[in-house]
Design a protein. Structure first.
Length: 440
C-alpha cells in the first residue's frame, strides 16, 4: 500500500476470494458470503485501504455493524487497532472508535442501533456489514445522504437471514448497470476445511446449514419465530393480493413508539375463520395525530383499535395517557391488551398465522419484520436465549402479538354465543374466487 512518501506493508494476507472484494471499484457493491469466511475482516482491511490511499481531501470511511457493541465482542476492533499500529503516523482514538491515518483520512467504526448519530456526517465509503439486521429505512434516510456530495461508495454485506434486506439489495444490484455482486457459498471460498464443514453439517439443521453455509435466501431465518410459518404461507399463495372488503369491519393493532417506530396492522376476519391482513403502517418520529389521520384516510369501517397495556399510563408532561389522546383525536372504540408473557403472545401469533392471508404490497414492510423477528444466540452457552432480539423487527412483531391476543379473545366470546354460531356468512366474496376463503 503506497502513502505519499513511503510504502507501507500491512500484516494481512488476503484469501483468494477476498482479493476481488478488496479491489472492487464499483460505486455499489453487494457481497453475500457464507458464515466464517472472513468477510468482516476483509471489509475492515478494505476500508482502511480506501481511507489511507484516497486522493480526496480528508477522506472518511465508515464501517457499520448492526450493534456498536459487536466491534468489541467479535474482536474486529482489535484487528483494526493492529492494522493501525502497522501504519506509521496513524492515531487510534478508542473513545470515538476511529483511526486517524497519516494522510488525514479517517476510518470510523460504529453501530446501526443509533442511526441518528450518523446523520449530518459524510463518507467516501460506507460499509454496512450484516445488512439484514439494519433498520430498513437507514440506507435511504441516513447512508445515501452521507455519500451524496462525495460521490461515495456503498458496500452491503452479510450472510442471508431469509428474504430480507440483503436479498432485496442483491436482486436489485444484479440488474443494475455498474453495480457489483458476490454470492459466495462455502464451495466457492474454500475458507473452511472439509472437517469443519462436516462438523457444522452435523451440528446444524438442514435449513440452518443452507442459510449459513450455502447462502440460501429461502431457508427460514435461523432463530426466527415465524420463518417457517411464513414460508408455508408463501408456498400456499397466502401472501398475495388481498383487497379491502367493504362489508367487513377492520381491526387495528398498535405498537406505540416514542423514540422509535410505531407499527399498526389492519385486519378483517370472516366467520369462516380466515384472517385477511390488508394493510400495515409503520413510521418513526411522528405524532399520534399523524397515524389517526392515515387510518381515517383509508376509508375503513373499524371494529376496534387494540392498544398495548402501557398506552393507559399517564405521561408526566401532559397528565394524559396516550389512549386519552387517541380518543380526543377520534380514534374509537379502543381496547387495552393486558400485560402478558411475551412467549404466550408469540405462541398466539403462531396459532393464527396458518389462517392468515397477507396483502403482499401493503404489508411488505411488516412481513419483513415478522420474518426477521428472532431469538438471540448465546455464544457462551451454545443455546438460544429465551427472549427475542429487540431491534427494528420488534415493532411489527409486537403489534402482531397484540392483534393475535385481542382478536382471539373476541373470537372466543363469539364462539360461546349460540346466536352467533347459528349464523353463516354467505355475503363475503372469496379472494381470487378461491373457495378456501369460505371454509367450504
Amino acid at each position: 500500500m503506497s502513502g505519499k512518501r513511503q510504502s507501507v506493508v500491512l500484516p494481512f494476507a488476503p484469501r483468494e476470494w477476498q482479493v476481488p472484494l478488496l479491489n472492487d471499484s464499483a460505486k455499489r457493491i453487494v457481497a453475500v458470503v457464507h458464515r466464517r469466511a472472513g468477510k468482516s475482516t476483509a471489509l475492515v482491511w478494505r476500508g482502511l485501504k480506501v481511507a489511507v490511499t484516497s486522493k480526496k481531501p480528508l477522506p472518511r470511511v465508515v464501517h457499520i455493524l448492526p450493534f456498536a457493541v459487536q466491534w468489541s465482542r467479535t474482536g474486529l476492533w482489535d484487528q483494526a487497532v493492529r492494522a493501525a499500529e502497522a501504519i506509521p503516523g496513524s492515531e487510534v482514538r478508542k473513545a470515538s472508535m476511529s483511526i486517524r491515518l497519516p494522510n488525514g483520512g479517517i476510518w470510523q467504526a460504529g453501530g446501526a442501533d443509533n442511526q441518528d448519530s450518523w446523520r449530518g456526517g459524510y463518507a467516501d465509503e460506507c460499509i454496512c456489514d450484516e445488512f439484514d439486521d439494519f433498520p430498513p429505512s437507514m440506507i435511504a434516510l441516513v447512508v445515501e445522504p452521507m455519500l451524496a456530495d462525495r460521490d461515495g461508495v456503498l458496500v452491503r454485506s452479510g450472510t442471508p437471514k431469509g428474504r430480507g434486506l440483503l436479498q432485496s439489495a442483491y436482486d436489485r444490484a444484479r440488474t443494475t448497470p455498474g453495480y457489483s455482486t458476490y454470492l459466495l457459498d462455502y464451495r466457492k471460498t474454500n475458507a473452511l476445511p472439509p472437517q469443519a464443514i462436516d462438523r457444522l453439517r452435523q451440528e446444524m439443521s438442514d435449513e440452518e446449514f443452507a442459510q449459513e453455509l450455502e447462502c440460501s435466501f429461502t431457508a427460514p431465518n435461523s432463530g426466527s419465530y415465524y420463518g417457517k410459518l411464513l414460508e408455508q404461507a408463501e408456498a400456499e399463495e397466502r401472501i398475495c393480493q388481498v383487497p379491502h372488503e367493504p362489508t367487513l369491519k377492520v381491526w387495528t393493532a398498535w405498537d406505540l413508539g416514542i423514540s422509535d417506530a410505531t407499527s399498526i396492522w389492519c385486519l378483517q376476519t370472516t366467520r369462516a375463520g380466515e384472517w385477511r391482513i390488508i394493510d400495515y403502517i409503520e413510521g418513526s418520529g411522528e405524532s399520534l395525530s399523524y397515524y389517526v389521520q392515515l387510518l381515517q384516510q383509508r376509508g375503513y369501517s373499524y371494529e376496534r383499535h387494540l392498544l398495548p397495556h402501557d398506552a393507559s399510563v399517564r405521561e408526566l408532561g401532559s397528565g394524559r395517557s396516550r389512549t386519552e389522546t387517541l380518543h380526543s383525536l377520534g380514534l374509537r372504540p379502543t381496547r387495552i391488551i393486558r400485560q402478558h408473557n411475551v412467549a404466550d403472545g408469540i405462541n398466539a401469533v403462531r396459532m393464527v398465522l396458518p389462517r392468515c392471508w397477507f396483502d403482499a404490497t401493503r404489508c411488505a414492510v411488516g412481513l419483513r419484520g415478522l420474518r426477521n423477528y428472532r431469538r438471540e444466540w448465546n455464544e457462551a452457552a451454545q443455546t438460544w436465549r429465551s427472549q427475542p432480539v429487540h431491534d427494528w423487527a420488534s415493532h411489527a412483531a409486537d403489534a402482531m402479538r397484540y392483534l393475535a391476543l385481542g382478536v382471539r379473545e373476541d373470537e372466543g366470546r363469539k364462539l360461546a354465543d349460540p346466536q352467533w354460531q347459528s349464523q353463516y356468512e354467505t355475503s363475503v366474496p372469496a379472494v381470487g374466487g378461491d373457495s378456501r376463503w369460505m371454509g367450504v
